[in-house]
Write a protein that binds this ligand. Sequence first.
Ligand SMILES: Nc1ncnc2c1ncn2[C@@H]1O[C@H](COP(=O)(O)OP(=O)(O)OP(=O)(O)O)[C@@H](O)[C@H]1O
Length: 282
Amino acid sequence: MDGQRAEPNGKDERDIVLSARDVTVGFGPKIVLDKLNLNIYRGEILGFVGASGTGKSVLMRTILRLLPRRSGMIEILGQNFDKLDESQRNALDMRLGVLFQQGALFSSLTVRENIQVPMREYLDLPKSLMDELAHLKIRLVGLAADAADKYPSELSGGMIKRAALARALALDPELVFLDEPTSGLDPIGAAEFDELIARLRDTLGLTVYMVTHDLDSLFSVCDRIAVLGHKRVMVEGTINDMLAYDDPWVQAYFKGKRARSIVPQQETAAGRAESTGDSRGK
Ligand SMILES: Nc1ncnc2c1ncn2[C@@H]1O[C@H](COP(=O)(O)OP(=O)(O)OP(=O)(O)O)[C@@H](O)[C@H]1O
């Protein structure tokens, strides 16, 4: 397993929604990602992990075109941004949702107004319709209707994450990027957020790219895991693939004390359902 996925017959029948090929990113003389390859498949929740400073945020920001790459190709939903004109890029951007770390809501806007930011940017809708849509998104992420008129400073950490998720879902995206979605949440709040993401994937047919350090998320909701190391995706696959991979960081991460408190539960089919917050934060 080296991140260059090859099926036995040389073909991959799965629907690829994001494909990064030989992506190289650097700052000055420092190369952070070197010929990185990664596929994300439709309908999956991919957990993206790696030691601090390996380039997880850099990759996500490169995919979102917030950082330039030196070389390589990125295709999203079958399209190569480099070959699109501005209106096509906008159309593609609308099919992506992003939840940045810490939620990144605008503090001077209410939850409703925050959710409407992407609508105002990309769509020309009457206010009444935008209000209705914001209300739907608020309910979708499990917030009470009265959260709509609250400012971020009036929300708990868990509510901020949900409001930020509602904003990420404002335009009904197909592919959602989540940067450390459960960081800062208490164990129960984190488990509930994981469940919400899994439910939305099932009901909305989302594909989810989740950067996370949270072992519980990896074990409980991620279908596949990709590990960033040595400037590329060094291993991708299931938990069992991680456990079998011979690398000191991967072994320490997936077989360390924290992981041992979670792994045995996951070895049964019931494990996914059982793995709610009790092992978090140990
Ligand atoms: N704008 C920048 N200019 C120079 N170096 C940068 C810039 N952004 C990131 N880096 C460097 O790129 C490397 C990867 O950073 P990145 O933030 O992607 O790590 P990460 O894997 O997301 O870490 P963490 O898990 O701690 O969030 C680091 O060495 C960082 O210092």
